[in-house]
Design a protein around this ligand. Sequence first.
Ligand code: BES
Ligand code: MN
Ligand code: ZN
Length: 500
Amino acid sequence: MNTNLSFSAPSQVETDCLAVVVLDHSEKDKPAAIVESADTAVRDAAKDVIATGEVTGKAFETTLLHRPAGIRAKRLLLLGGGKAKTFSAAELLKLAGAAVRTLKSKSIRAFAFALPENGVATGIDGNDGVRAIVEGAFVGNFDPDYYKSDRKDQKIDALTIVAKGDQKALEDALQTGRIVGESQNFTRDLVNEPSNRMTPTMLGERARKMAAEVGLKCEVHGADKLKELKMGAFWGVAQGSDEPPALIILRYEPEGATKDVHLGLVGKGITFDTGGISIKPADGMEKMKYDMAGGATMIGAMRAIALLKPKVRVTAIILATENMPSGKAQKPGDVQIAMSGKSIEIINTDAEGRLVLADGLCYARQLGCTHLVDAATLTGAVVVALGYVNVGLFANDDQMYERFAKANKRAGENMWRLPLDDDYKENIKSSIADIVNAGPRHGGAINAAMFLKEFAEDTPWIHLDIAGTAWMEENKPWIAKGPSGVALRSLVEFVKGWAS
Ligand code: BES
Ligand code: MN
Ligand code: ZN
């Protein structure tokens, strides 16, 4: 999708469609939908339809007017943004996605989006607004129906953002939005592929190709390296599969980076999770192709980081393998020695994510990472706790949490902190080894995080359980159902926050 800025008055922009935001300023029984444009010609064009009460400004209400009077655009799209009081850049991002999804389904290929500029209501900084619109438009332009023979792949080819302000700053914001939006779609593309088309080896290849394009260092190692590093927990999972595992390392080492800070991003890359010997029921097992979403998120985040060039050192480690039952597979009761030296009693081979991450976290620390973030589709229990809305967030350090929460707020993604009290340690006690890999069902997401905490040790660490949020169960106005690319935006903001 081509993107460009226009500094004309919205009413003077020649386009197939001009999209504008309508907000609900109503109080008590007094309805008041206001077109967020300082251009009176645009407001006049929408006056009649607003007067009928048909347009209220409620969230994701879309009204398409043809041949609107007094403006140059062929159509005017009124996008309801909800209550004016709560409107923010996060809503604007979704509205841009909704505009794209509405218009591309009508075979429109190019349109213009007017930055809400009345300001009275939104108070969104112009640069943040442009970035949000571009990100949202890219997210909305992605469809996952790759393998349909009659795939239409309708897309928006060109987006013009009508804005006011400092051209250089707005161009930068647009570039940032493009990089982050495209990187999120890159992640979604990886996650979307089925396991026969995204084996650990293929994930490694995709990471390598991307790294070469954006100038990152990349290494992809196989089973020999796992054994050399004594990654007994990772190998325990990988040993049951005929597909070789891949230990993927991406390095971003800018000049003039912040001293003494080395961020480590660790991603779960299970390209298919059958459960292993503790096999999953057939019902819904096909979804376990997205069990590499955490890894794909880290690969996509590294792409964005390489292009945005924040001055902070970042290393990503992705643990990619299948989790399969076979004559070589690990069995319940087996004991594995993790890279850190800790012994793990395998209670349930389906609790494999924490095993691969244990060695990933340990390796990141060995490589000198000073701060760690992991992302993983780790537990069904996090879906029970938080549904399909919030990412489960855990932290072993409040300062690290505060930093991450700030970045998360800027990114506008739903995340919710869950506890890690020492009292939960009971749940991962083993009678024959240091810890078990699967505790009781209650508090399942926390038990998994407690397990990981043992391997983050004293390094400040954030764990993101994205099992409920990495895959959208339904179409939304702004995003297609399927892989969401969740957490990437927060991660990129977090990394940028450390730059000197
Ligand atoms: N990959 C799953 C978790 C998952 C569930 C991801 C639903 C996405 C949607 C993970 O490896 C798993 O199987 N976890 C088990 C752990 C249990 C055996 C302790 C679970 O949540 O049931
Ligand atoms: Mn599993
Ligand atoms: Zn899994």
